[in-house]
Design a protein around this ligand. Structure first.
Ligand code: NAP
Length: 473
């Protein structure tokens, strides 16, 4: 958003970030094995390509370095306010601006864009006795690199996208590893490969070759979404068969295989990709525990049936508190309307990024604009261009404020509801962070990226209430 603003001549901008460095998720998640599940060439910003990605699926250090390098490349440093947490924001109707509270003092802004994301407040499990554990205990997103794992008995709770990267990375190092699984994930092959110097040189000399690769990676994923990742279909069955084959090929023991077979439809939770997760579970020093946890004790974990696993280190790979993430920062719109309350029963936004009653406020990656099948950066870019069009219109027409018209918002949300009904999240028989307490998908876009890009190509001003600036007296 900041780069595209600067490129469009909007340079009175400030990026406020609570961490001490840029990178967001790629700054914070430094756990062993952390990498992106989307090929690096496709994950990179379309307007800031990188020819020399070292592998198909880049690791966290390489992605974090890419994001830091963008600060240099696009001259963002003077627009950054790092180590500054936004603690609240209130719309000032009389002055048509946002009064933003931070832990380093107040700010004012005509337009407020949230890039806060949803996956950064750890969800700590409500397991009795958790806090009594004597050894090191930490969440994957706050990995304690000061804790040596060699020769230790480690426990990992959770088997989501973070856990299945951590487990193969630390299994060779620890003496014993107990993985506590509540629900087995669907896992498909990853086929990660290094990208050698000759390919990197080709991508540097011939940008069209890089673009071709990116397009192929994009359309492969779009086809999956169109055909089967959002609804239960023939492709769902094919993908499930491929995942079962992967499991059979990598796990010989029928007992272990049975424990790893997901009891719900593929696509309902995030589909995981890995070539080394199942093999890690066959190591003699790794135990997959599928009984329920009764309690954590000072020296380990006790199961419902009374068995006890003595542990030195406990890792929580239990994911993030998604629904509460934006609600944590009170955003107060017109007439004291609080964002979390405006959402009431249902977290939703007009086109996934704006809300009636909240003028000049946009959310990047807002409700129902996440993806499971393709690069989420493509969704962010579609939103960035849409917000830019709004900013340009405000400038051209001397507008004080812009916000969705309630009727247009209601129409959009009714259409979204139709798309969601009958989708895999409603019918797949699972629970995940994609869903709210009532089981409704509030996180993912129920369609292809192309469909969203088409819907976001340019704003239809009839969908908005445009308030002209008062002419100076
Ligand atoms: P997650 O997908 O929400 O997984 C959390 C895991 O913890 C689940 O297996 C869950 O089991 C388990 N769990 C939670 N509470 C528990 C409890 N009280 N007792 C036992 N088990 C418990 O979290 P995540 O793995 O951190 O991933 C979050 C999201 O971040 C992903 O979906 C993805 O979007 C993103 N991510 C991406 C990558 C990548 O690109 N490679 C890597 C990491 C994360 P249940 O399934 O039974 O709830």
């Amino acid at each position: 958003m900041a780069i595209r603003c600067l490129q469009s001549g909007i340079d009175d901008l400030l990026v406020v970030e609570k961490a001490e460095a840029v990178g967001g998720t790629w700054h914070e998640n430094t756990y062993p094995g952390a990498a992106c599940d989307i090929p690096a060439h496709l994950y990179a910003l379309s307007f800031a390509p990188k020819a020399d990605w070292s592998r198909t699926y880049a690791g966290q250090p390489e992605i974090a370095a890419y994001l830091r390098e963008l600060v240099e490349r696009f001259g963002l440093a003077r627009h950054l306010s790092l180590s500054t947490a936004v603690t609240g924001a209130v719309w000032d109707e009389a002055r048509s601006l946002w009064r933003v509270e931070t832990d380093r003092g107040p700010l004012e802004a005509r337009v407020l864009v949230s890039g806060m994301g949803a996956l950064h407040h750890p969800a700590l499990p409500a397991i009795p006795g958790l806090q009594t554990f004597r050894g090191p205990l930490f969440h994957t997103s706050a990995w304690d690199h000061g804790v040596p794992l060699r020769g230790k008995r480690a426990g990992v709770i959770g088997t989501g996208a973070s856990a299945i990267q951590v487990v193969p990375a630390i299994a060779p190092e620890v003496e014993q590893l107990v993985l506590f699984q509540r629900t087995p994930p669907w896992v498909i092959p990853r086929n990660d490969r290094p990208i050698g110097p000759r390919m990197q040189a080709l991508f540097r000399r011939l940008p069209a070759a890089r673009r071709l690769l990116r397009a192929a990676q994009f359309w492969l994923r779009e086809a999956q979404a169109a055909l089967g990742f959002t609804r239960v279909s023939g492709l769902t069955r094919l993908a499930e068969a491929a995942s079962r084959r992967h499991l059979r090929q990598q796990i010989a023991d029928p007992g272990l295989r049975a424990k790893l077979a997901p009891p719900y439809r593929l696509g309902c939770k995030r589909v995981l990709i890995s070539d080394d997760y199942y093999p890690a579970l066959t190591r003699p020093n790794v135990t997959l525990e599928t009984g329920g946890i009764r309690t954590v004790t000072p020296d380990g974990v006790t199961m419902q049936d009374g068995r006890h696993h003595p542990l030195d280190v406990l890792v929580l790979a239990t994911g993030f508190d998604v629904t509460a993430s934006l609600a944590r920062v009170p955003v107060v719109g017109r007439d004291g309307l609080i964002l979390a309350r405006a959402w009431g029963e249902r977290v939703a936004a007009h086109r996934g990024l704006a809300l009636a009653g909240f003028p000049n406020f946009f959310m990047l990656l807002g409700p129902n604009t996440g993806l499971g099948h393709n690069s989420v950066v493509l969704m962010i870019e579609a939103q960035v261009e849409y917000v830019l069009a709004c900013l340009t219109e405000m400038r051209a027409r001397h507008l004080a404020a812009i916000e969705p018209a309630p009727e247009a918002q209601a129409r959009y949300l009714a259409e979204l509801e139709t798309r969601l009904s009958g989708s895999i999240w409603q019918q797949g028989g699972c629970a995940s962070w994609y869903q709210d307490a009532s089981g409704r998908n509030i996180a993912l876009w129920p369609g292809t990226v192309v469909a969203y890009q088409r819907a976001m190509r340019r704003p239809d001003w009839a969908e908005f209430v445009l308030t002209p600036a008062r002419s100076p007296a």
